[in-house]
Design a protein around this ligand. Structure first.
Ligand code: ADP
Ligand code: MG
Length: 679
């Protein structure tokens, strides 16, 4: 791998600009692939131009002027043997005025539009031509670039690299020929300089054999690296738990309900993992309200019965607090000692908690992200449970894992299901269990989309629901830009509700309250002492108050899909028929409309997750979980689902039959990023 600064013909500023693009080596430069192509290989006569098509025309300037009405513009007319074409520039430099002088011969490239005076091009690229200027022999690539680095210079740099160093092949010939793929170097050459008769549409859609070869390589590298992580996990030690003989069955006997089939199935999967001498890393997936907590509790008991501590981490204090209460209810009858640790604890409480965590007398420790901080020392951590895992970053979960020796088992839970292509790719290093049914007796939630102008009707609904003994949430608008504003809005809404409903007891909960206050408010709502809870999105995850059957979400158009689905999941937890009303402000953007349509039409977390992925793309969708983990740049999981399958199979074969190819291939595609241990 050659460092760019070693290439003599590359100037310092060029190298600096390439570095800004994250391109530091010839290898990276050659893998800096075109965004799209322009076809300058042939000329079109003015007469044959078609509206909407990018075209290249050559001719002479016969007229040029700067006009000021309706606004400043440089307008020129270019003539060839067949007719005239208008060129229009709304922003321009003095140099362009002189380039477009009458009598100059130019070659212009741009998209044809139909204008007032016939066909025109707005902001075409222009090139002066002499007698002997040649027409391009290959399609012209257009690369992603940065300010200060022109396409022309970038193309030259890549051409130099192509001449110097064509990258070696990492895969055995038989492997890529099996899919009729070209070799790696042939693919690169063709993508940087496609021949004039290349399939332009295929190139742009990345479906030509050359693009597919590279997409396959990238997916294969991802599979191989996942396999490596998986293998690492199988090679390290973890505490081996026995099956629980007493605690789990005692817990189950004390419950007012029986486990669903789906809960039983996943409980067995987890229980088996925990009897293995290697660390479990299992993702427990189940829609909101499917009953993941009890399953986690069973796993905790297995660990505790075998003499190992358990940590249960939740992303918000409200949720951690709720788990704490629930676990106290379930586990104190079994004589289990539970500790509580969050960032906002008093010094005295914190020290007491640290003490019993460190001396091992706390068997279960519940808390927020404070749990993975330096100061927290477990005596014997055997299992880490992470609720709502998508809310934590890779590094946070990694830190918790490092709190045990040997490596503790990990159970991650999420209500945001992972679409199949993602679980086969980004999540392929984890084992997955799915709770695919809800406990019986739940009535489906009715979702309504209501314009904000009909607010009064909605207030009336709230009044009626509460008068009938039900409880309601009123969720304040999300104001991402400013926490202060968010707080102000919550306070305003609360005041408004109080004046609107003098007969009701109303609570308010938001992120800036002291934990004890939050607790008190939630406890009062939970106990039915307050009927209406005005809340910010702090209640988004996990909160469980079965008697609440109406939820109003203000400015629903500002929220993301999984957020809306989670919020809506706060109702429909009891037997009462539940309603979720999404208030929106008119003048919806295209994407907001698409989101609201999805949430209105579907109650199925899986369908919503898939739609969310389609709307946002994997980069944004994966969010924090993947921060620091290499994203796919070439392959597209939707377009290349077949390649993903092929890569998955090939990964197995390569590991068995061509171990040296595995290393070379990983080195090329993953580089150092592969060393980032994943959780
Ligand atoms: P989530 O999967 O969203 O975390 P929870 O674990 O909070 O869901 O469970 C939702 C509610 O359903 C809780 O009140 C829980 O006690 C209850 N629950 C869990 N399992 C069952 C079951 N098998 N039958 C009836 N209720 C259940
Ligand atoms: Mg939960």
């Amino acid at each position: 791998m050659t460092n760019l600064s070693e290439i003599k013909t590359f100037s310092k500023p060029l190298v600096a600009n390439l570095n800004k693009l994250d391109v530091n080596t010839t290898q990276a430069l050659l893998l800096h692939l075109p965004l799209r192509y322009i076809d300058e290989t042939h000329m079109t006569s003015v007469r044959d131009l078609r509206v909407g098509e990018p075209s290249q025309v050559e001719g002479e300037i016969v007229h040029a002027e700067v006009t000021y009405k309706p606004r400043k513009a440089l307008i020129a007319r270019l003539e060839d043997a067949s007719g005239q074409l208008t060129l229009r520039f709304l922003h321009f430099y003095p140099s362009q005025i002189s380039a477009l002088k009458v009598g100059n011969k130019l070659r212009v490239y741009g998209e044809v539009r139909s204008g007032f005076f016939g066909n025109e091009m707005v902001h075409p690229t222009c090139k002066a031509v002499g007698e002997k200027t040649m027409v391009a022999e290959t399609l012209t690539p257009v690369y992603p670039t940065v300010a200060g680095l022109t396409q022309v210079n970038l193309r030259k740099a890549i051409a130099t690299a192509l001449k110097q160093n064509v990258l070696n092949e990492t895969l055995p010939v038989s492997v890529y020929q099996q899919y009729q793929f070209p070799s790696f170097s042939a693919s690169l050459k063709a993508l940087h300089n496609p021949p004039p008769d290349a399939d332009l549409q295929g190139l742009e859609e990345k479906t030509t054999p050359e693009w597919q070869r590279l997409a396959f390589d990238e997916l294969l590298a991802q599979q191989l690296s996942m396999r490596k992580h998986y293998a690492r996990r199988r090679s390290v030690d973890a505490p081996q738990f026995k099956q629980s003989k007493q605690l789990v069955s005692a817990l189950l006997k004390s419950l007012p309900f029986a486990l669903t089939q789906a809960q039983q199935k996943v409980a067995v999967e987890i229980q088996n993992d925990l009897t293995q001498p290697h660390p479990m890393q299992r993702l427990l997936q189940g829609d909101v309200g499917s009953g993941k907590t009890i399953v986690a509790c069973m796993a905790a008991l297995q660990s505790i019965e075998s003499g190992w501590q358990v940590a249960l981490m939740a992303p918000t204090e409200i949720l951690a607090e709720q788990h704490f209460r629930k676990m106290i209810g379930w586990l104190t009858p079994l004589n289990i000692k539970i500790a509580w640790h969050t960032g906002s604890q008093s010094k005295k409480d914190r020290e007491a908690a640290m003490q019993i965590i460190a001396d091992g007398s706390a068997q279960l420790v519940i808390g927020t992200h404070a749990l993975f901080q330096e100061a927290v020392q477990f005596k014997k951590l055997g299992l880490a449970i992470i609720d709502e895992q998508h809310r934590f970053g890779v590094h946070q979960r990694l830190a918790l894992r490092q709190k045990g020796q040997p490596e503790p088992h990990q159970l991650m839970m999420t209500a945001t299901p992972i679409p199949r292509t993602l679980s086969m790719s980004y999540y392929a290093d984890l084992d997955v269990s799915v709770i695919d049914e809800l406990p019986p007796g739940r009535t489906p939630i009715v979702t309504k989309l209501v314009s904000d102008v009909r607010r009064d009707e909605i207030l009336q609904r709230v009044r009626e629901a509460c008068a009938q003994g039900n409880q309601a949430y009123w969720v304040c608008p999300l104001i991402e830009e400013s926490e202060a504003l968010q707080l102000a809005t919550a306070n305003d809404t609360y005041a408004l509700m109080q004046s609107e409903f003098p007969e009701l007891k109303i609570g308010l909960v938001h992120g800036r309250m002291k934990p004890a206050e939050k607790q008190a408010v939630m406890a009062a709502f939970s106990a039915g002492e307050t009927q209406l809870l005005v809340a910010t999105t702090v209640i988004e995850v996990g909160v469980d108050v079965p008697n609440a059957s109406l939820m109003v979400i203000e400015h629903a158009e500002r929220m993301g899909l999984s957020q809306l689905h989670q919020l809506r999941g706060r109702v429909g937890r009891g037997a009462a028929k539940s309603t979720c009303i999404l208030l929106y402000q008119n003048k919806l953007s295209e994407t907001a409309r698409a989101r609201l349509k999805v949430i209105y039409e579907s109650n199925d977390g899986f369908a919503i997750a898939q739609a969310d992925l389609n709307l946002r793309g994997p980069g944004e969708y994966l969010g924090t979980r993947q921060s620091g983990v290499p994203m796919l740049k070439i392959a597209d999981l939707n377009r290349d689902a077949d390649l993903l399958n092929a890569a998955k199979n090939m990964a197995d074969r390569l590991i068995k039959e061509h171990p040296s190819a595995v290393e070379q291939h990983l080195e090329r595609w993953m580089g150092r990023a592969d060393e980032l241990v994943k959780v």
